[in-house]
Write a new protein. Structure first.
Length: 513
């Protein structure tokens, strides 16, 4: 993404922040807690062999249809942040809340699939005394906005299963906000890992009038370092709602063995993906540290499958630094001001410019398979390689088009950058970027270590799964297509290293790439 386009992109993301609806699609058979159910009948496979899906005790519990925010209220009515982006089950969460109300209640919801409901309430506090906290501060030069607030309430997580949680702050006046928290999995062995993109959430967080793109005076006035020690803007979880929630609901509905991690967990623990079946990158996963990329690449080399469900993943190179609340609470990203980065000339691997850019270029295509290309575009997704296992059951043929699925950022194969072969381009979609005709691609490659790597190449993939569809022209047929492809890949990747069973059929020569 070019910085000059960011104001438009911010408007786009704001429009996408509406209340999230349930994922639609065919029903999944449910059984007793902990029992296996034969998915071949549920999927209408007419007796063909299909992987078995596990319906866990968690999925069998009753959900809550009233988990979504109904009333944001005034901007200062209630807002808060957690002292931890993620905790292990049983570890407490410290909440820092500011409100104009005399009292508030915290209700914790786990996002998933509960016999039709998409969240379950796991905890509720009694009434907590509320008050206005002190104003935020801004650090000169880096324009870092932080809140030095007093602790409001500690939330126990005893008995909470790993997952993505929304802590809903309900003010006595009726105003509401979310605080997102991940209860991370103690082990990922044998599981499909869902990543929560905490660093990317924070990069776009405009609370306090500064994010990594703009300040009050524009790009030149942007923050160079942003802090988790402040609330998120809008609902408190809008990037999670748009780019992650529907993916989680789909995966949980399938009954797959899942694990949950934050971007910070992957960046700071080289062994956190040991033995995992797959890692799923969410629909917007732009900001990575070099160690995170190294850890994910090492996991791929060891046979961990990778699935990228968005575009523009792993494009921004960041560092994580401490605040008084914890060791990884600052997201550093100098971008085009990288010459001012304190690491410049000392350790250029850690200098926070884009991955393809100086001083230590390392284009992300060598891991993802395709490369971030540009913004903004809107185009139809055009199928190629329709015989691929990825498209099984979709009814797609060569040249089948899915309206408006490509956008608003897109990836494509760039022959100028290192690539992994064999690689199969699964879509070849014409787009117009700033008057220049180009192509967007989805891709699948297989690695000598045994892993399969699938990348969708568009930011609208997860958004298309079901309502809300944001009035962009995406159709229900498109949602049925993207859900089915995602299910195919999730089932194959949950089964272990995919290269042997699903080798990529290199088609670059046939497409004249």
């Amino acid at each position: 993404m070019t910085e000059s386009h960011h104001p438009t992109r911010r408007v786009f993301l704001g429009r996408a922040a509406g209340a999230a609806g349930a994922v639609t699609g065919g029903a999944l058979l449910t059984g007793a807690a902990g029992c296996s159910v034969d998915a071949s009948r549920a999927a209408g496979d007419q007796g063909k062999t299909a992987p078995r899906r596990i319906v866990t005790a968690e999925n069998s519990l009753p959900g809550d249809r009233h988990w979504a925010i109904k009333n944001l209220g005034a901007p200062d009515a209630i807002m808060g942040f957690a002292g931890q982006a993620g905790v292990l089950p049983g570890e407490p969460i410290q909440l820092y809340v500011s409100t104009t109300a005399r009292e508030f209640v915290v209700r914790a919801f786990r996002i998933g699939w509960y016999n039709g409901d998409t969240a379950r309430k796991v905890y509720e506090t009694g009434a907590v005394r509320g008050h206005r906290q002190r104003p935020s501060t801004r650090t000169p030069v880096t324009n870092t906005v932080q809140c030095d607030w007093g602790l409001s309430v500690t939330i126990p997580t005893d008995g909470w299963p790993p997952g993505s949680y929304l802590l809903r702050l309900d003010a006595q006046t009726g105003a509401q906000r979310y605080v997102p928290v991940t209860v991370r999995s103690p082990s990922t062995a044998g599981k499909v890992v869902i990543k929560n993109g905490v660093a990317t959430w924070q990069a776009y967080n405009t609370w306090g009038d500064y994010d990594l793109y703009l300040g009050p005076a524009g790009y030149a006035d942007r923050a160079l370092v942003v802090s988790l020690d402040r609330p998120y803007d809008k609902s408190g979880a809008y990037l999670f709602e748009v780019y992650e929630r529907k993916l989680i609901t789909l995966a949980e509905r399938m009954g797959l063995p899942l694990a949950y991690l934050t971007s910070t967990d992957i960046a700071t623990d080289p062994h956190v993906l040991d033995g995992a079946s797959a890692l799923i990158s969410p629909g917007h996963d732009e900001y990575w540290t070099p160690p995170e990329r190294a850890h994910v690449t090492a996991a791929r080399d060891a046979g961990v499958n990778l699935m990228f469900t968005g575009a523009n993943a792993c494009f921004r190179r960041i560092r994580l630094e401490p605040t008084k609340l914890g060791p990884y609470r600052l997201v550093v990203c100098y971008k085009t001001s990288y010459l001012e980065d304190p690491m410049y000339g000392k350790d250029n691997w850690l200098v926070t410019n884009d991955f393809p850019a100086p001083p230590d270029p390392d284009p992300e295509q060598s891991m993802i398979g395709i490369q971030y290309t540009g913004y903004p575009v809107v185009g139809d997704y055009v199928v190629t390689a329709p015989d691929s296992w990825v498209y099984k059951g979709t009814g797609a043929r060569d040249g089948t088009r899915y309206r408006a699925l490509v956008g608003i950022e897109f990836d494509s194969l760039d022959p100028a950058y290192p690539m992994v072969r064999p690689i199969e381009l699964l879509s070849h979609s014409p787009v117009l970027l700033n008057g220049v005709s180009m192509f967007s691609n989805s891709s699948y490659y297989t690695h000598p270590g045994g892993a399969g790597v699938f990348a969708v190449g568009t930011m609208r993939w997860v958004e298309s799964f079901g309502p809300p569809l944001y009035h962009w022209g995406i159709t229900p047929a498109c949602g049925a297509f993207t859900r089915k492809v995602t299910e195919n890949v999730l089932l194959a990747f949950a089964d272990g290293p995919a290269a042997a069973k699903h080798p990529a059929r290199d088609n670059l020569a046939a497409l004249h790439v």
